[in-house]
Ligand binder design. Sequence first.
Ligand SMILES: Nc1nc2c(ncn2[C@@H]2O[C@H](COP(=O)(O)OP(=O)(O)OP(=O)(O)O)[C@@H](O)[C@H]2O)c(=O)[nH]1
Ligand SMILES: [Mg+2]
Length: 639
Amino acid sequence: MKRITIGTAGHIDHGKTALVKALTGIDPDRLKEEQERGITIDIGFADLTCGDTHFGLIDVPGHERFVKNMLAGAHGIDVVLLIVAADESVMPQTREHFEICRLLEVKSGIVVITKIDLADGELLELVETEIADFVKGSFLESAPVVRVSSRTGAGIEELKRALGRLGATVGARDERAVPRLPIDRVFTIKGFGTVVTGTLISGSILAGDELELLPSAGRRMRARGIQVHGNAVKEARAGERTAINLQGIEVEEIARGQVLAPAARLVTTPMIDVRLHYLASAPRPLRRRARVRLHLGTAEILARVVLIGAAELAPGASTFAQLRLESPTLALPGDHFIIRSYSPSITIGGGIVLDPMPQKHRAREAVPKIETLERLAAADEPGRIGIFVDMAGEYGISDAELAARSGASNETIARVGEDMTRQRRAVIIPGNPPRFLAKAFFDDLLKKARTLIREYHQKAPLDAGMAREEVRERLFARLNPEIFRAVISHGISRGEIVTEKDLLRLSTHRIELSPQEQAAKNHLAELYARAALRPISLDEAITQAGPQLGIDSQRAQRFAQMLINSGELVRIADLVFHQSAIEELKSALRRFKIEHSPRIDVGAFKELTGVSRKYAIPLLEYLDRQRVTRRVGDAREIL
Ligand SMILES: Nc1nc2c(ncn2[C@@H]2O[C@H](COP(=O)(O)OP(=O)(O)OP(=O)(O)O)[C@@H](O)[C@H]2O)c(=O)[nH]1
Ligand SMILES: [Mg+2]
């Protein structure tokens, strides 16, 4: 059976509670004060089945002072019963409640004219005409209008039939989305402990699920038992009035306005970007940074409205805005909200959440911000996820962050991620957790890296390349290290970048020497070739050769490094030898092995090469590493 939640709306004393009682036999006024004063103060609950639909009914107070309570019930309803008393017709809270339903985008409803026993036919006609005018152009324009008297019972059966028909047309809420239960009541039941109730606005909750209370300092608890309209169930589904018996938390720790959600899934936010409609009935233009009461779910939070791209907002106009909250709350894209003026508390507008985790809005960024918000406002859920990936820019965004920002299910996020990578709109950066990075930003990072390396080549044409670490620091310092790795690997795989030791260079980079430079470099090499195993330090060689060649020591140093990079010179500890000298040494050792012995000690080595002990040791250690010799005690075995 389909289960939906329906709410009453209408002016004080118009017979909302009496109608709920007439329909269900349940008196939703449960407070002593309500019974005594004969008015509803807080939301009350009842339920009934009409046709194939089970309705959870929320009865709201009509008194203007309790609109705040009305909102705690109205946020979760699918259908409204707009109640107008025949003897009074449309009154101030009829208007306010109706505006609220419109702002919350309640899908459908029924207009109920109550107290028909107090009005004659002519008056009823007049009231109906007034109502038709009132709902014109709204979601109730072609809604059924039912005349009832809760006193005589007239019209009640007809209303039930109308409800049955309407129930069949209302679409189900999304049961696969992340479950959220905005809490509207908390109490204890003897022998059970803490119980919370609310309208489950999305997803489903199973008995035994681990839940988290938001906002709270990460309070986790288990759903010990679940009831829907007084019956124990294994699972509560989206759209149902739900009561959950919580294990591991006291009543004092919970209040209306908090939300139950799966543990470690969603996060609260201090600001939200929204589409805001300012009611034509608002008394004056809305100023930038106006302080308002934000009603979101069952929560009421003080907030400032930062208008985006406008200095003020005229009554009846709409805009994008950033709501800066005085205390954090849970919000997801698509959530509807209401704003009321700080004092006096009257409903002035409302709208829809577009981005629950925006950057702080700055006036000079208004144009790109508006473009992004327009895209978000027009997007469906997968589209939204794609836009959040784009918005994350070069930082990328993990799937957990996407889940918290979009409220989408894991399956949806995974599917969108696959689609985006297939369409080359995003890349997945491996890591823990993996991150989605918009392809445009990924490509841009690679381009920036190429430009940086190219500039380096221009400045230092004789260098083999730029230190990898320097590239990382200059471009990727604030980014996840895996992003750097992925971007550079991509450049390498495309053959644009070459990595050598800890240097990066463009594959097109060639060290071009002038004839004079080439001559100097050759001279330097010759100097070492002639020195053979007589060690000369690089500094020595440079001072020897430099002045003669007419190049400065820095340049000579570069040439030496180039010769070392190309293998023509070999650096051993702080000594440099020409490759030919090393080859010559290897042959001398081979001859020694044949002519004398497979073993050579340091003394014999010094004699063979003519080097002092100070240089013999590093040379021998080098030969050991090259597996030309192997150390045996103090001597060497020639391999
Ligand atoms: N004659 C007549 N009286 C009615 C009818 N329905 C309600 N009343 C009376 O109207 C008064 C207000 O009814 P409620 O049902 O409490 O009105 P309400 O809209 O719930 O009022 P609030 O919750 O305070 O906004 C009560 O005294 C009811 O007995 C009706 O159909 N006919
Ligand atoms: Mg009432």
